[in-house]
Design a protein around this ligand. Structure first.
Ligand code: MTE
Length: 326
């Protein structure tokens, strides 16, 4: 099924199928500009970002409507780079291991249990999750605590849609995300690098922020296993490790949950972990970053932006000392 739909509803084959890559790439950024313009005019264009490598991967396509309110104009990271340079320690600690080892991950059937301080606890299978809210394409930057960043056309919807469905009680102040830990499928679990399963958390107002994306796809397709299939979080204003991959449980809690990286090294990885150029990691500076896919001996590093450039979240932290609550 073609994913690329003109505003008049006529389906076209993917531009990459009919156009040389460079032409397609430049047209894609042009299309993004149109999308941003259309937002000003109050409209949404239906278009999907993909690239030749994504096409060649043969992954299942996933239709989504581009949401021009969530587009960064930076060039998207090539699919090949975004899917072969990953952190997913359940498949090993080298950057290439997730792509090499995650083929064994079985992503169907898959369920996510939602429990704790909610009026309607439920267990949703992946098909119900896919249908819970309209799928949007959003182009987000994601910044890893290690000093690299990527720009990825994610597919998903705001986590708030799911939160509203389960009706949190008045006591729900935090969310805890637990991810799959299955020895038969995940060779990295043999190494005691982290306390398994990988667990992450958010404060309720952070989780309700429209930027917080529950993601099921990228580059016009379902998520590849190494990127956190079949469902993960994407929190573009926080360091990448807050974005839990391959989620199996979401718990609503009264108290702040423990998180895998905080348990491993509390001095290095705080609960908030907002991108902040002024708060160095104890072992390295966070003032600059390198963009994956742009590497070269002479490539200048980029300046790290507060909240990774997503200043709309600043009000969530008004009055907080972000050096203390790093
Ligand atoms: N989720 C799980 N389950 N296991 C992990 O090791 N690594 C985190 C995060 N989510 C991780 C995880 C880290 S450190 C980063 S930077 C991002 O995923 C990387 O996401 P990416 O591979 O899509 O760039």
């Amino acid at each position: 099924m073609p994913l690329y739909r003109r505003p008049n509803g006529i389906d076209l084959p993917f531009p990459s199928e009919i156009t040389p890559r460079e032409v397609f790439e430049s047209r894609r950024s042009f299309m993004r500009q149109i999308a941003v313009g259309a937002a000003g005019a109050g409209g949404l264009l239906e278009l999907s970002t993909s690239d030749a490598w994504a096409q060649a991967s043969g992954a299942q396509k996933l239709a989504a409507k581009a949401n021009p309110a969530y587009v960064v104009m930076d060039k998207a990271t090539p699919y090949k780079d975004a899917t072969t340079y990953n952190n997913f320690y359940e498949f090993g600690t080298e950057k290439s291991y997730p792509a090499e080892n995650a083929g064994s991950l079985k992503t169907r059937p898959w369920t996510v249990a939602i429990e704790g301080e909610v009026k309607k606890p439920m267990t949703l299978d992946i098909d119900s999750l896919l249908k819970l809210a309209p799928l949007e394409e959003r182009i987000y930057r994601l910044r890893c605590v290690e000093g690299w960043s990527m720009v990825i056309p994610w597919i998903g919807y705001s986590l708030s849609a799911l939160i509203k469905k389960v009706e949190p009680t008045g006591s729900a102040k935090y969310l805890e995300f637990t991810t799959l830990a299955d020895n038969r499928q995940m060779p990295g679990l043999r190494a005691p690098v982290l306390e398994w399963p990988y667990v992450e958390g958010l404060r309720m107002d952070e989780a309700m922020h429209p930027l917080a994306l529950l993601s099921v796809g990228m580059y016009g397709q379902v998520l590849p296993n190494q990127s956190g299939a079949p469902v993960r979080m994407v929190l573009p204003w926080k360091y990448g490790f807050k974005s839990a991959k391959s989620i199996v449980k979401i718990r609503f809690l009264k108290d702040q949950p423990q998180t895998a990286w905080n348990i491993a090294a509390a001095r290095e990885y705080g609960f908030y972990s907002n991108v902040n150029p002024d708060v160095d990691h104890p072992r390295w500076s966070q003032a600059t970053e390198r963009r994956i896919g742009e590497d070269g001996f002479f490539t200048k590093k980029r300046k790290t932006l507060m909240f990774n450039g997503y200043n709309e979240v600043a009000s969530l932290y008004a009055g907080m000392d972000l050096k203390k609550y790093f």
